[in-house]
Design a binder for this molecule. Structure first.
Ligand SMILES: Cc1ncc(COP(=O)(O)O)c(C=O)c1O
Length: 384
């Protein structure tokens, strides 16, 4: 028997070496484990609506590119500069490849930005409800986070933002479309935000869902707006959503100037984007038809599903993305739990003021219909 087991000395755990800000961080909630939901529901067909993934998969050209790489040279480290992918993106967007930053998902770039830009105590402004990593990563480096509430209609609140920006943030994280609401900032609202943002701050426009919103004529091209600005900014995009490549992890940023790219290069791991992901992204970028079809089918479903939910009496945020944010009128954790029993995984929202909301990604039509039917039944019966 050891001395610890005998109760002679107290065990020292690693908690004593963990930084205080890390101990106090909220945990990222990836949603319930589909295997656990399969076990609790007894169904093999789990409908995963928790991570805003594409039900239409990725381009077959991307699959082929990964296969080719697996057959040839995975014994080599990836290209640390991601040159081919950066050039392909740069050409598509008419920006120099040197201004493209690549990440292991765009979340990697969110983290790198915090490491490169923020000192402990700096202020970060973001929106509520919002994407949790817009809060977690700044707090990880000891920054303070102020969240600007959306309006009652889930929209951008110009006067609340004016006040928040006047407080002098060092960095602004804003998603357009917004996650979890799916609502968009119009061109006027984006220009207002840009005009009010102090020149000393870095404006981060997170466009993870931009491909879905583009067909909406009121959705602004963030890059077109920001490239006219002589101030620090970065536009973030990802291959995880409309391109259907969430599993391989690749996202990118278009930066305002060389100094920001150099700073991010200094803090990033040299091989942060693996070669399979780089190859898949180059191939996916070239498959216009696959992207167009994904966006078209998502656009049909978002209207259909949101209409059905509204007809059933639910309040649903106006979404231009691939998910819906629904006020269920019941505790979100309870609703999510009941859906799990039926083999459906959604994200229960827990931010103050939104504890009765769930966020559900769109899937294939028959799965979306099953979800809507289940939600209606659960909410009609209510919590006993
Ligand atoms: C608004 C927003 N930004 C960034 C991300 C990160 O995406 P990824 O790291 O897969 O590129 C997500 C993922 O859900 C998101 O919703």
């Amino acid at each position: 028997m050891s001395a610890v087991e005998a109760g002679v000395v107290a065990a020292v755990t690693s908690a004593s070496v963990v930084r205080e800000v890390v101990a106090g961080l909220p945990a990222y909630d990836p949603g319930a484990d589909p295997d656990a939901v399969a076990a609790c529901s007894g169904t093999a067909h789990v409908i995963k609506l928790s991570n805003n993934e594409s039900p239409f998969g990725c381009s077959p050209l991307a699959t082929e590119a990964v296969r080719r790489r697996l057959d040839s040279s995975v014994s080599r480290y990836p290209d640390p500069t991601g040159r081919r992918l950066a050039e392909a993106i740069g050409e598509r967007l008419a920006v120099p490849a040197e201004r493209i930053v690549l990440g292991n998902g765009s979340e990697n770039i969110l983290e790198l930005l915090c490491q490169a830009v923020l000192d402990p105590g700096d202020l970060v402004t973001t929106q509520a409800p919002g994407f949790s990593l817009h809060e977690i990563f700044p707090r990880m480096v000891g920054a303070r986070v102020e969240k600007v509430p959306v309006t009652a209609a889930f929209g951008f609140d110009p006067s609340a933002w004016r006040d928040a920006l006047a407080a002098g943030p060092k960095l602004i994280f804003l998603a357009n479309p917004c996650n979890p609401t799916g609502a968009i900032l119009s061109i006027g609202e984006l220009e207002h935000l840009v005009a009010e943002t102090p020149q000393s701050a870095l404006l981060v426009l997170d466009e993870a869902y931009c491909e879905f919103a583009r067909p909406d004529p009121s959705y602004p091209d963030g890059l077109a707006v920001l490239r006219e600005q002589h101030r620090p900014w970065i536009v973030l995009r990802t291959f995880s959503k409309a391109y259907g490549l969430a599993g391989v992890r690749v996202g990118y940023g278009v930066a305002s100037d060389d100094a920001l790219v150099e700073a991010l290069d200094r803090v990033r791991a040299p091989y942060n984007v693996n070669q399979l992901a780089q190859d898949a992204a180059v191939a996916a970028l070239g498959d216009h038809a696959h992207l167009a079809e994904t966006v078209r089918r998502t656009g049909v479903e978002i209207v259909r599903v949101a209409d059905r939910l509204r007809e059933a009496g639910f309040r649903v945020a106006p979404s231009s993305a691939n998910f819906v944010f629904i006020d269920t009128g019941h505790r979100s954790d309870w609703v999510a739990q009941e859906l799990h029993r039926l083999g459906i995984v959604v994200k229960a929202w827990r931010e103050p003021g939104y504890e009765t909301f769930i966020r559900a990604s769109l899937s294939l039509p028959e799965d979306n219909d099953f979800f809507v039917r289940c939600l209606m039944r659960i909410c009609a019966e209510g919590e006993q």
